[in-house]
Design a protein around this ligand. Structure first.
Ligand code: ADP
Length: 482
């Protein structure tokens, strides 16, 4: 089977979050199963820096707009582990400081940027090879499914090609003004509530939900949650209408990148059989954050996250005064909403002997936190899949999570001290504080703690099974369309 991925992020080239990890690793797992996989992503400034000499494979693709054409090149990003990467090169659209926005807001031409990406992928495939299935991701390429079933409807080589949409986060939908229909040459009769329209905007994600042949999301729990008003963000009705074609497939993780036995970014290697190296990683982490002389009895709590309300930072801010009364240190890495960056930095200043914050995107420090912390905190308000809690399990860093989405699917707390972590349900900070206190109680019992670490480290969340589940979804949509 030939599968074409179209996405706005792909590790290691372009990453802001879990989407990039999935688009970087699922194709490799599919290739291992014997499938042909190509991945298209924008040739952002950051990608161009990493691959400045990517050869041109298609020198010009015409993407029409109402009064002008855009001319886009396709570059060869190389074949690695069976996956062919292609970059969509349009300097006017992608040679920018960041992927989606500036500190003052989203780029105003995002509809045109990602509309062009999707059109270019479709056109490129007509030259490079028509796939058996398109796999698109989040609002940025959901619109590809819309093009396929509208302006490309009569294309003889594409009309039988299905599209699968994965929803990595229903909180981001790509809302654009109505005139976007004209800009992207989409027919006005699709601007209705049962198709692309939502609150008088063109909603890219909704378009994908309506027009993709199947929908997947990144955990079983989130597949249920997004059918409710609390988590569907206005799309619950559209999603419910497609529930027969909706599949929750828990994200796998790439253990070549996230395994303390081979991780090149950490101070010492360790595994479930030989745990000793974790101590060295802990020392190294504390040193990296300028925290010296911390006793082994003090719990090191780590956070790696986008600083966003989604991730529960309001809860963290709320409990911080209480948390620092406990025998803990807290090390946080993240970037995001300016308000949290400021607030957390200020709090780290106030409790400088216990709380440290690094505000940037730093893959090496992310690995060091996974390896060096004792506990990993993810009190998310909602969490479609969540990868960091799964990385934490492999690193023997016990997760403390809110019971939502993928966090609920992967972390178990059992009353007798069993399970692989700590979990709270309530949508409030006192439940979070109570879960941390339970973790601290268990942490004091060294043997019980070690058993919990080991249970997590032995779990397997590799891509093997989820990749097979995706193949079943592809087979189903291909069969339905032929
Ligand atoms: P989301 O995609 O919602 O941000 P996930 O848990 O699914 O959350 O994935 C987040 C990914 O991004 C993880 O691989 C995590 O390590 C990484 N990450 C997040 N923030 C940072 C940061 N500041 N520096 C380095 N890596 C980060």
């Amino acid at each position: 089977m030939h599968i074409v991925f179209a996405a706005s992020e792909c590790a290691p080239w372009a990453k802001t979050g879990g989407l990039a990890d999935v688009v970087g690793s699922l194709p490799r797992a599919l290739a291992k199963l014997g499938h042909k996989v190509s991945v298209f992503l924008p040739y952002y400034r950051q990608v161009a820096k990493a691959a400045p000499d990517a050869p041109v494979v298609i020198p010009s693709i015409t993407v029409p707009f109402p009064t002008y054409n855009r001319f886009v090149r396709i570059l060869d990003g190389g074949l690695a582990e069976g996956v062919q990467a292609y970059f969509v090169d349009s300097p006017e659209l992608f040679d920018r400081e960041s992927f989606y926005s500036t500190p003052s807001g989203d780029y105003p031409d995002n509809a045109e940027r990602f509309g062009t990406l999707s059109r270019a992928v479709i056109e490129a495939c007509k030259v490079l090879g028509v796939p058996d299935v398109f796999h698109v991701h989040d609002w940025q390429t959901a619109i590809l499914a819309v093009f396929l079933r509208s302006t490309y409807y009569f294309d003889p080589v594409l009309r039988h090609v299905p599209a699968v949409l994965t929803i990595h986060n229903a909180g981001y939908q790509g809302w654009f003004p109505p005139r976007t229909m004209e800009t992207l040459l989409l027919p006005w009769d699709m601007f209705t509530f049962d198709k692309l329209e939502q609150n008088d905007t063109v909603n890219f994600l909704k378009g994908g939900i309506v027009y993709a042949d199947a929908l997947t999301t990144v955990s079983r729990k989130y597949a249920e949650e997004i059918q409710t008003a609390e988590y569907g963000n206005g799309l619950e009705e559209a999603i419910r209408r497609r529930r027969g074609d909706l599949f929750g497939i828990l994200n796998g993780v790439d253990y070549e990148e996230w395994d303390p036995a081979i991780d090149p970014h950490i101070a010492a290697h360790y595994s479930v059989e030989k745990l000793a190296g974790k101590k060295e990683c802990r020392r190294d982490l504390l040193h990296a954050f300028g925290l010296e002389g911390i006793s082994d009895d003090t719990a090191v709590i780590g956070v790696v996250s986008r600083f966003a309300t989604q991730k529960g930072f309001d809860f963290i801010v709320d409990i911080l005064d209480r948390l620092v009364q406990e025998d803990i240190v807290l090390v946080m890495l993240g970037t995001g909403e300016e308000h949290y960056e400021r607030l957390l930095t200020e709090m780290a200043g106030r409790y400088s002997d216990k709380v440290r914050v690094q505000v940037n995107f730093d893959n090496v420090i992310a690995h060091k936190i996974e390896a060096g912390a004792d506990m990993f905190l993810m009190p998310s308000r909602y969490e479609p899949g969540g990868l960091n809690q799964i990385y934490s399990l492999r690193y023997g860093t016990v997760p403390i999570v809110r019971a939502t989405g993928g966090l609920d699917d992967t972390i178990d707390e059992e009353p007798n001290g069993g399970g692989n972590g700590f979990k709270f349900r309530g949508y409030n900070s006192s439940d979070l504080m109570a879960a941390i206190r339970r973790a601290l109680d268990t942490f004091r019992n060294k043997e019980e703690w070690r058993q919990m670490m080991k249970r997590g480290m032995m779990q397997d969340f590799s891509w093997d099974k989820p990749a097979q589940e995706y193949v079943r979804v592809y087979e189903r949509v291909i069969a339905n369309r032929s």
